[in-house]
Ligand binder design. Sequence first.
Ligand code: OGA
Ligand code: NI
Length: 353
Amino acid sequence: MGVLDEAFIQAPEHRPKTHLKHSDDHILSKEIPTIDLSSLQDPNCDKTALATEIAEACMRWGFFQVINHGLSLDLMRRVEKTVAEFFSLTLEEKRRVKRDEVNPMGYHDGEHTKNVRDWKEIFDFFLQDSTTVPATTEPEDTELRKLTNPWPQNPSDFREVCQEYAREVEKLAFKLLELISISLGLPGDRLTGYFKDQTSFLRFNHYPPCPNPELALGVGRHADAGVITVLAQDSVGGLQVSRRSDGQWFSVKPNPDAFIINIGNCMQVWTNDKYWSAEHRVVVNSSKERFSMPFFLFPSHDTNIEPLKELISEDNPPCYKKYNWGKFFAARNRSDYKKLQTESIQIDRFKAA
Ligand code: OGA
Ligand code: NI
């Protein structure tokens, strides 16, 4: 990536604070909630206590961290190793599995968030190989397309390890989805029907050291579009979350054995704004590279997202109009792929008048 190209430079109001003053200490000491999932090891456990903790975190922050989540730490280390090996290949080799205008999966080193380029390179793959998505962003066009994942030749164990990891993270995501449903006073399986043809994918982020970390961001401020995100990260740190009550940015203390869970736009809409899909961003630094691995739990393309009937009432009328997930996904992919002249799509567009 080399010197800082103009495309990476954030507007002054979005630049990170890289030099914290003493009076900013609270930014580092305040923590998103940590939830211990060890009680889930017992299949007959009472889930209500966990659901209560989750409800609190989803309302206040839209972010929490889980520990004792049941994923093998050995598997986490194996996937981290093969991912680091992949990113260490030459650009030429990585570009053999490059994302393009048709297939959003694979390697990409030119992602944009809100039309500013991110200081990162990524590799994405769908959980379901193949995955069905709309062929175009046109609302009236019903043509569908089946996409398969491009897999690199090297590292030789890459595909197998990544797919094994993806299956395990998916299990955790569905356990969390069940707890979230319970936390809303709904049956544990209330939301599972939306994932029959899920468009979920796993992403590997690599943030190289950046010569001007005060001007750029690894990922610009954004809220995740899907239902929930289950993210693993190494020990470097850089993820910051905007607090719901006042928009202040807080750094998340990294724990490579934990997962960060955050609420996405779909869940915010389903819960009619009860649960919060927080903006977050990634600060980079000039000396250390960083890796992270978000799993984006996304519904089937034909899911129409709107506030859940059970959660609205005369006193709590729907805050959003219905929108189609597949079309939203297609439009978002286009705007992330390269810089566009227009604003990228956001859920605000579907706010009820
Ligand atoms: C993302 C994201 C955070 C991180 O990829 O959507 O927010 O810590 N990543 O890498
Ligand atoms: Ni994100």
